[in-house]
Design a protein around this ligand. Sequence first.
Ligand code: BGC
Length: 700
Amino acid sequence: MRRYDQISIEEKIALLVGVGVPKKVPGTAGETREISGIPSIELSDGPSGLRVEPYAERVYLSTAFPSPIMLASTWDPEIVEEVGRAIGEEARENGIDILLGPGLNIHRHPLCGRNFEYFSEDPLLSGVMASAYVKGVQSAGVGATPKHFVANEQETNRYFIDTIVSERALREIYLKPFEIVVKKASPWAIMSSYNKLNGRYTSQDPWLLIDVLRKEWGFEGIVMTDWGAGDDPVEQINSGIDLIMPGDDKIYEKLVSAYREGRLKPERVEESFNRLLKIFEKTLSFRGYKPSYRPDLEKNAEIAYKAGLEGAVLLKNIGETLPLKTGSQVAVFGVGQIATLKSGMGSGHNHSRYTINIVEGLRKAGFKIDEELFERYHKYVVENYGLDNLEKLYKDEIYPKKLNEDFIEEDFIKRTAERNDVALIVITRISGEAWDRSVAGGDFYLSLDEKKLIEKVSKAFRSVGKKVVAILNIAGPIEIYSWRDLVDAILLIWLPGQEAGRIVADLLIGKVSPSGKLPITFPKSWTDVPVSISSECYPGTPPENPVKVRYCEDIYVGYRYYDTFGVEPAYEFGYGLSYTSFEYSGLEINIDKDNIILNIKIRNIGRYPGREVVQVYIKAPGEEIDRPEQELKAFKKTKMLRPGEEEEIKIEISIKDLATYHPEKKRWIVERGWHEIRIGSSSRDIRLTGKIYIPEEIVF
Ligand code: BGC
């Protein structure tokens, strides 16, 4: 054990404030100060892969994995843990001690600019995925940092917006995923958010940082601020922050003067110093680890590919349009075939060695591409982005500005319909940090030119008996309902990381059957989204420059709203098709002490191998307090089942997990009475039901 009794209070304060601009590793987000034998610790983004600058002569040392929204669509904690471990290993071999991820805010509505960095509209799915991710990262010896704690569901005015949320909604929806990850995965760190929560900056809120996080949940790691969050560093430390990031000398000096004037609590400095030390002692820098700068990028590319295959969601597939035959002749439309989006923008983006665009992936898988059509797109993209070669599009982070998609003449499209087997249309949507998406055409809705392209292609191909497949390379939900009849199949690939084209091609060809399910509802229209009711609820008031946003829908977020209030979505939470189909049978329900034990049989009754995501929803009695129509309480993905093969699934649910937060009693309660258990392939495709009786109300 080293001894730190000689360290002065000024030095202790210095450890609590980052250095500002990091010096050790290019492209990282932050660094702590080196003091008296405690080395500086390196912190770097982010959720879809390690964000470091290309090393030395432009050697790229990290992998772009599928974005967390796609990782959640896998509903497979095992693959998410593998991704986490791979990111952790890349961090380790690049000299990074603590990774700034995963993002753990809730998809409150489709427009949040950072939804792609977050997992789901459901707190359980979010919490389970985050736990797997954190375990993976930390198994590589690197700390993980779930962020942004808490209620940071929009980017509009994120630095100061005051988020007004009821305690019940906070605890059941927004705090819940953090509670799960703290209890299941013990992250080394948590990052507080930029926004205010019910009047206080989250980074200056002792109720949140001390009472809830430490005292109630027993969190033992460190809490850092988001970069430049809040308005009072002294209050931050006094309220439970351990590390102010990115920090600078001015903040350090402010803290030292506050200490001398008696405004900075000495016991808080001691406590944070000790906590930082405890975590820092575990870090690679502290242990003198020498990074190799040679992470196993080949192995990790395969993990990114595998996770992408699992996370793609098949939304539509009429008349077995998919899978396509090997060697099919395809006409590919849409700028995104070349300018394929691997990830979103901001700290959630990283620099990978390459991105396999959709056309490249199709070619490698043996598809025959309509070259004349491809040439038109190639020329168009190169001219409009002002590039001499396409490499620049990916390596220099040129982010595809939206181009007019309706530039191919109708006659040309007709000719392509005659000479190809099928049409693919790629639709893209980017989003990123610091701004939210918009409802307008070209974002939530299709733009006029996109609509025209789909209409023309659909007409031309269908008139000669050929099919049209849409590929959605998007950062968050878009409106699909009004145009989905124009296409025969829709494959959602989100922002799938560097292996994009391979993932698309292998799914289209049926090398693997899609098995992803939606972690967020796709509403029929923007006006169906509960937050659309008034600007007070989103993006806040005054609408031109909001300072306050009220979470009006309370606990009724996502499917909890659509199901309870009878609003039919375009595609519901948990939805996703497969090339094969599954039969559910043999439900057995048993209670063993504090747990509900479910046994279910799942059989592949189709013609392709495939995996199914079994989802368990519970409808509570709702007599003592209003409850949502149903809530996800557990899920399990089957192994790969061959046609005819059956798997027995066992699922355990703690009875405590049926609880709701009672705002008057200020306690969690499990209601007395019948709780209905619904087991389904999606939230609206329930295959088996049963019930359990809780004889006495349980309060905790
Ligand atoms: C983002 C964080 C990120 C940090 C460091 C902030 O602007 O909100 O998610 O980790 O920057 O890059």
